[in-house]
Write a protein that binds this ligand. Structure first.
Ligand SMILES: [Zn+2]
Length: 194
């Protein structure tokens, strides 16, 4: 039970990092790497803000952990990540020989710890990764759902604003040409909408 609490502590830190990503309007994914009970690497998704396809949470955390250990191998480390790793990160995890990855929730569209592929239990590779799935999984998946819901709503808001602007524009240009009734309609619609 005490170990469980410790694991939750690490995953909670990964979730905290994921929220830093969502504050930047990045998909909320966070990651920590633990060695000898200490967090030696932290990362969160910064793909858009860094304009870099490599700027995934796991890669950032691995980069820092390698610096701390002074080694490209991350043996004896455990990774805690809020979302199942993609092919790039799963590949790097295998390369780094990380023995264990704890995953919050699965990613059916891109995950490579069992969803699309299972790169962590591939006999052909010289390293297998122990996985544990579902630690604080509800929190991790709800965080993603909330993010995408907010993104969709923002998209709708923007579309609505654009439409309102366009309607306003056509009203100006059309006013002197003909007395046609579209602008009035759109005014009524937006009044009802408010
Ligand atoms: Zn990735």
């Amino acid at each position: 039970m005490a170990r469980m609490t410790q694991e939750e502590h690490y995953m909670r830190e990964a979730i905290r990092l994921a929220k830093k990503a969502s504050a930047l309007k990045e998909v909320p994914i966070g990651c920590v790497i633990v060695h000898d009970g200490k967090i030696i690497g932290r990362g969160y998704n910064r793909r858009i803000i860094d304009k870099n396809v490599l700027a995934h949470a796991e890669i950032a955390a691995m980069r820092k952990a390698c610096r701390v250990l002074g080694d490209w191998r991350l043996e004896g480390c455990t990774m805690y990540v809020t979302l199942e790793p993609c092919p790039m990160c799963a590949g790097a995890i295998v390369q780094a020989r990380i023995p264990k990855v704890v995953i919050g929730c699965m990613n059916p569209k891109a995950g490579c710890a069992g969803s699309v592929l299972d790169m962590f239990h591939e006999d052909g590779f010289n390293h297998q990764v122990e996985t544990e799935v579902g630690l604080m999984g509800d929190v991790c998946s709800q965080m993603l759902k909330d993010f995408f819901k907010e993104l969709r709503e923002e998209g709708k808001r923007k579309k609505k604003e654009e439409k309102a602007r366009e309607a306003g524009g056509s009203e100006e240009s059309g006013a002197g040409v003909s007395g046609h009734h579209d602008p009035d309609d759109s005014v009524h619609k937006s009044e009802n909408g408010n």
